[in-house]
Design a protein around this ligand. Structure first.
Ligand code: NAP
Length: 279
């Protein structure tokens, strides 16, 4: 019997670290793994699964900009995917495609377990209202922050996100350019893609963070869902503004991958050594 095949799908996909991360997990746990990456344009996504290579896959990770399409494609979802309206992990079970969203678990495991940053009882600022913000908001609210403010460049998208999660915890919204009057935050999470340029490069020379420094106090922490060069604009802003606890999203990337791996293979890798290896 041939080794079951797994892939990560996205558009673009060449910069994805997922194949290396999953191979490192497989090596650690002595599992024979067939995992690679495939670029699939949004307009080809459904046909890929119904008539193309997708028919032979045991599972897939799905990344930008395909997570909402994956949600529409699958036959069943778990609670996290349903809440987010987005799927980043597909598992084939018999003839069914099951959709999961592991972004929230990935972020919370990195914040709470790896970095020991508090969320419960804290006043949080979530910047961004795209697919990643949707994936992490429910799990963040379940940790019981004192208040969570969603700020986004396009205010209507922050409003839509607020409505989707209304009533789950104290929450309000703000335009990005109104944060000067929003007060101080214990933790700030950047879930925007502002560090990416549109040409597929992983850093943007004109990316600029223009947040007011008064949102920070001397004990605040800052976390960017991005990693590598794409995280620099936000993390540099935070460091220059005096924040001592700044973290990129590499830990979240590895932790969300570990949760996908567990769905597929029924075993959990030790993530600490893999994060250190990729750092
Ligand atoms: P998305 O759906 O395209 O949303 C992009 C978000 O970024 C929107 O809120 C958008 O605001 C905002 N934005 C883009 N350019 C901006 C700029 N110049 N200034 C201010 N805001 C800007 O993307 P996504 O799926 O949410 O992903 C967001 C980021 O998270 C990506 O860079 C992705 O790589 C990262 N991510 C990391 C992990 C991980 O495991 N570490 C997991 C998931 C995602 P508007 O609404 O105004 O356009």
């Amino acid at each position: 019997m041939s080794t079951p095949r797994y892939v990560v799908l996205g558009h673009p996909i060449e910069h994805s670290l997922s194949p290396q991360i999953h191979r490192a997990f497989a090596q650690q746990l002595n599992i024979d793994l067939n995992y690679d990456k495939i670029d699939v344009a949004p307009e080809d996504f459904a046909a890929f699964w119904h008539d193309g290579e997708g028919r032979d896959l045991a599972g897939a990770n799905v990344t930008f900009p395909l997570k909402q399409l994956a949600f529409e494609l699958v036959d069943e979802t778990d609670q996290e995917a349903l809440e987010a309206g987005a799927v980043n992990t597909i598992v084939r079970r018999d003839d069914m495609l099951i959709g999961h969203n592991t972004d929230g678990v990935g972020l919370l495991t990195d914040l709470l377990k790896n970095l020991q940053l508090p969320v419960n009882g804290q006043r949080l600022l979530l910047i961004g209202a795209g697919g990643a913000a949707r994936g992490v908001l429910g799990p963040l609210l379940r940790e019981g922050p004192a208040e969570l403010v969603i700020a986004n460049r396009t205010l209507s998208k922050a409003e839509a996100l607020f409505e989707r999660f209304r009533g789950k915890a104290p929450m309000c919204i703000s335009a990005l350019d109104q944060l000067g009057s929003a007060g101080e935050f214990d933790g700030i999470i950047n879930a925007t893609s502002l560090g990416y340029s549109t040409d597929g490069d992983d850093s943007s020379s004109d990316a600029e963070v223009t947040l007011p420094e008064c949102v920070l106090k001397n004990t605040s922490w800052c976390y960017d869902l991005n990693y590598g060069k794409a995280a620099l604009p936000f993390l540099d802003w935070a460091s220059h503004a005096g924040c001592a606890k700044v973290h990129d999203g590499l830990g979240m990337l590895v932790e969300q991958a570990a949760e996908s791996f567990r769905y597929w293979h029924g075993r959990s890798p030790q993530t600490g050594e893999i994060i250190a290896q990729f750092r």
